[in-house]
Design a protein around this ligand. Structure first.
Ligand code: ADP
Ligand code: MG
Length: 282
């Protein structure tokens, strides 16, 4: 075996991976939104880590502060306390380090679907014939073949979401932050997209931080799940998902999967009830 081969194998061993700095390390993040009269505490001392090549999910009640945490990681919002490190470098408050799919698809209405999908690569100055061909290949794969030259308003919500997802996937940054990427899809399409994301991820091993409401989706896709409390969000539980990869949909019928799903659903229900309890008018 050549030395480079040995190095390659060593680099893929868990021990070696754990010595690399994490793709993302958010430490002690707190944030309140203030107006002249009031202050709304949204995040309370949240810390989480995504190792290189890890798929990590956040589940938590609606309105708890998950999207706000993504805005902080992406440098769009400054935290009151805490830091964001990527690959060992502090990037708190800086933009441009993550590939980000916002909760609302946020496609540019005047750009075609293909040009929307290629946006990040265009910003980096790397669009050529090959990247266009690659984009078309993926558009076809997610059922958007034939819509390359269409404008976003002519597409359904689910199709726009798939285009926004592709834009994040084809962005060059190592860490992908996906904010409820499949929420506007019907159950069947959603299940197709999960299957498809699982395949892509198992092949590419990008570092992913994924927000979802769907516990089954989180268990199917993730290596680790952070369960957030209601607002102000703190990390209530960290769950290591033990199922081996490559994963297949069949695991959702495994007794261990069902047990974990039940446990996570229980925590979520409790938090949701607490939030509703503290806001009697909602
Ligand atoms: P989640 O994504 O978990 O549903 P968000 O992070 O979107 O929650 O929102 C958490 C809370 O912060 C909500 O009550 C929301 O209204 C509030 N919020 C979010 N962004 C702002 C902002 N820019 N100014 C004031 N309040 C905000
Ligand atoms: Mg949100």
């Amino acid at each position: 075996m050549s030395i480079s081969e040995e190095a390659r194998i060593a680099a893929h061993s868990p021990a070696a991976q754990s010595e690399l700095p994490p793709a993302l390390e958010a430490s002690g993040i707190s944030k309140a939104f203030r107006t002249k009269r009031s202050s709304l505490q949204v995040l309370d001392n949240v810390s989480l880590t995504v190792q290189k090549g890890e798929f990590v999910s956040i589940v938590g009640p609606s309105g708890s502060g998950k999207s706000t945490l993504f805005h902080i990681i992406g440098g769009l919002v400054k935290p009151d306390t805490g830091t964001v490190h990527m690959n060992g470098m502090e990037v708190t408050g800086q933009q441009g380090h993550i590939s980000y799919m916002p909760q609302q698809p946020a496609l540019f209405p005047w750009r075609t679907i293909e040009d929307n999908v290629l946006l990040s690569q265009e910003v980096q100055g790397t669009v050529d014939k090959d990247t266009r061909e690659n984009a078309r290949y993926w558009l076809d794969k997610v059922g958007l073949g034939g819509f390359e030259k269409a404008h976003p308003h002519t597409l359904s919500g689910g199709m726009q979401q798939r285009a926004a997802f592709l834009r994040a996937l084809l962005s060059p940054q190592e860490l992908m932050c996906l904010d409820e990427p499949f929420s506007a899809l019907d159950a069947l399409t959603r299940s197709d997209m999960q299957r498809w994301l699982l395949d892509i991820w198992e092949e590419s091993r990008r570092s992913v931080l994924f927000i979802t409401h769907n516990i089954e989706e989180a268990l199917l896709l993730s290596s680790r799940i952070y369960v957030f409390s209601g607002r102000p969000a703190s990390v209530l539980q960290t769950v290591d998902v033990p199922f081996p990869r490559p994963r297949r949909e069949e695991i959702i019928e495994h007794p261990d999967f069902i047990k974990l799903r039940r446990e996570l659903s229980g925590w979520m229900r409790e938090e949701q009830q607490k939030m509703q309890g503290s806001h009697p008018l909602k």
